[in-house]
Design a protein around this ligand. Sequence first.
Ligand SMILES: [Zn+2]
Length: 289
Amino acid sequence: MPLVNVKEMMEKAREGHYAVGAFNINNLEWTKAILSTAEELKAPVILGVSEGANKYMTGYKVVADMVKAMIETLNITVPVALHLDHGTFEGAQKALAAGYSSVMFDGSHYGIEENVEKTKEIVALAKKLGATVEAEVGSIGGEEDGVTGRGEVADPLQCKMIADLGIDMLAAGIGNIHGQYPANWQGLDFETLAKIKETCGHMPLVLHGGTGIPEDMIKKAISLGVCKINVNTECQLSFAAATRAYIEAGKDKEKKGFDPRKLLAPGTEAIKQTVKEKMEMFGCIGKAN
Ligand SMILES: [Zn+2]
C-alpha cells in the first residue's frame, strides 16, 4: 500500500474510540521494527520524523524514499503515514515537497496571530498535495533540570482559532511533556482537555510525550478525543537498554558479534516490543481494515 495521509486513520480512530500510535524513526532499524510490528498486528501506523532525525538521515528525500521502498519490500499492507514531527515553517514545506504524506507545523512558539497565518499557508500547500496537517497550540514541556511540573496548558479559544483553519488534527498542551516524566509530575489536565474537545468539536486531538503516561490517563485522554499519541523516548530507552545488555554480556566479542547487523539486532527487537505494548494500550491493534 502506498503512503497515506492521516485523514481516514483519524476519523476511524475517533469513531472507534482508540488512538493511532505515532512512533518516531531515527534510522533503518527503527523504520523496519515499527513497520513490521504494525503489519504483524494489523495496526495503522504513523512514522514520525523530527527535523533533527531528517538531518541525521541526510535529508527529507532519503527518508521519504526509504520509507516508501521499505513498505514495498516488506509487503506492508496496513495504512502507513509519514509525518514530520514538530516541523518549522520551512521544514514543513520541504517535507511536503519530498513526499511526506502528513506534516506537523509547530507554530506554538509564535504569537497566536502569526501561528494562524503560517498554519494557513501550510494547510493550503498540503491540501494541494493531498497531505494532512497537525498544528499546535500551547507548547509542550520538555526536560527542564528536573523541576518540570507541567507543560504549558493550551487556551481552548486559541485551539478553536487554529482548529478552524482546515487542519486535520490538533496538538494541545495539557500538562504533557517530552522525554521522561519527573516523579513530581501532576498528571494530564483533563479539565482543559474536555474544554478543548467541547470548543473544537470533532477535531482529532494529539497527545505528545506519550512515554510514561500511565494507562488509565491514556484511556481517559482517548475518551476525550485524543486520536493520535506520539511515542519517541520510550523506543530510544528500550533500544539503548537492549544494546547495553548485549555489550555488557560481552556478546560483541564472541565470534562475529561485532557485526552491526548482530550488534543492532537486540535493540531492534526491543523497539518492536515497545511498539507492541503501546499499540495494545492505544487500542489500535487489528484496526487496519
Ligand atoms: Zn511532540
